[in-house]
Each structure stands twice: as C-alpha cells, then as structure tokens.
Design a protein around this ligand. Structure first.
Ligand SMILES: Nc1nc2c(ncn2[C@@H]2O[C@H](COP(=O)(O)OP(=O)(O)OP(=O)(O)O)[C@@H](O)[C@H]2O)c(=O)[nH]1
Ligand SMILES: [Mg+2]
Length: 213
C-alpha cells in the first residue's frame, strides 16, 4: 500500500479553508455516486471517506494529506443527480467553480466514470471545464465488478474511442473498489504522477523545502 499514511485533514465549505501551502493537489471528481469516496478509501486502505447509497453525499471538499509523495487530495462534490435542494446545488457549483479556476486548481485530476456507462450526458457537460484545466488527467473507470470480463473489455474500447473523438489522451485505469481490481495500478500511476509534479514544483521554486521530490 503506497498511500497508507494518507490522513483525513478536514472538510471545507469555502475555498478559503483550503491551506495555502504550495502543495501538489490531486482532485477526485465525477458524477454523484460514481464511487469517488470508495476509490479514495481503497487507495488509503481505510474507511476515511464517507461512502453512501444516497447520491450527493459528499457536499463539501474533503481534504486528505498525503505525506509521501507530498500532496493534498481533494474529494470533490459530485455533479449530476443528487438529492439536494436547488439552493444547496448553487452553493456546491460555486464552491467547485472557485476550486477549479482559482489558486487551488488541481495539478492532477482523477476523473471517475462508471464503467457501465462510460461518458454520460452529464459528463459531457463538465468536459469543457476538464479539457480547459492545466493538469494531468487520469480517467478511472469504476464498478467494473458489475461487468463480465467481456463486457468490461467492450466498454473500455468504446471509452477509448469516445476519448479519441474528443481529442483527450488520458491514462485510463479500470477499477473496482469493492474487490480492489485495478487499485494497485492506480496507486502506481498516481504515485508517479505526484512525484513528477513535485519535481516540477521544485524546479519552479528551487529554494522551497515545502515540497519533496
Ligand atoms: N459494486 C460496486 N459498488 C461500488 C463500487 N464503488 C462504489 N460502490 C458503491 O456505490 C455507492 C456510491 O459510492 P461512493 O463512493 O459514496 O460514491 P461517491 O461518488 O463518493 O458519491 P457522492 O459523494 O454521493 O457523490 C455506494 O453504495 C458504494 O458502495 C465498486 O467498485 N463496485
Ligand atoms: Mg463521496
């Protein structure tokens, strides 16, 4: 387990609550109920992120501190269907907008897609925002345990075709948090990406000792 020392830091209802340290930031985002919190728990190895059957459970930005390679992980509120009222929905949209366009914009984004549906209409709505980000994109397909091996391969090749059509070339990692399929691969990929981003940070501010390589 590469990230076993990662700890829950705090929940933020406002962007100002996110630490100002120049840390590599990793965002976990996707539709409500896609499995963001479950993937985080699978990576960290303990139930530190709240998982729920009710879509829209994560309404705050939940921060996790990863000591090595040094980074701040952000479990973001999901988009799309959520059992929340219109006012809450506006508050969450504002929170997300401030996160993505401000100083805390992620350096690495794990974009989660349900393996059974690939990119849905709601995912296409956030696509322009995701494509505009200056960050490394990792697409994590979730709940692959709900597909047979053959269905899984078919969905993966459909997704790769979908991504090619929209000119995105991310790393695509199929996972199932429930049986840990693909989690090791995701761990390795994320670890390498965070190390690489930390090296870039050090090159930009060579005197900083707040980031590690
Ligand atoms: N079968 C299966 N179920 C999963 C998997 N990952 C998550 N789930 C289930 O999907 C539901 C939602 O999981 P969460 O991890 O809470 O999803 P989320 O994206 O964080 O949801 P919100 O925070 O509400 O947006 C829960 O009932 C999980 O148990 C998986 O790999 N396989
Ligand atoms: Mg969640």
């Amino acid at each position: 387990m590469l990230f076993a020392q990662t700890q829950f830091l705090k929940s933020c209802s406002a962007i100002s609550q996110i630490p100002h340290d120049p840390l590599v930031k990793v965002g976990f985002w996707g539709r409500s109920n896609v499995g963001k919190s479950s993937i985080l728990n699978a990576l960290i190895g303990k139930k530190k992120a709240r998982v729920s059957k009710t879509p829209g459970r994560t309404q705050l930005i939940n921060l996790f501190e990863c000591p090595h390679p040094k980074s701040l992980w952000c479990d973001l509120p999901g988009y799309g269907y959520a059992k929340i009222n219109a006012q809450q929905s506006v508050v969450i949209s504002q929170l997300l907008e401030n996160f993505f366009i401000g100083e805390h914009a992620p350096n690495i984004l794990c974009w989660l897609l349900d393996a059974r549906h690939n990119m849905t209409k709601t995912d296409f709505i956030v696509l322009p925002l995701i494509a505009s980000l200056d960050c490394e994109l990792i697409i994590v397909t979730t709940k692959n345990d709900k597909l047979s091996k053959q269905q899984g391969l078919k969905q993966r090749s459909l997704l790769l075709r979908q991504l090619k059509e929209i000119n995105l070339k991310p790393n695509v990692i199929p996972t199932a948090a429930s049986n840990r399929d693909g989690i090791e691969l995701l761990e390795q990929s994320l670890f390498e990406s965070i190390v690489k981003k930390n090296i870039e940070f050090n090159q930009q501010s060579p005197n900083s000792d707040e980031v590690d390589s």
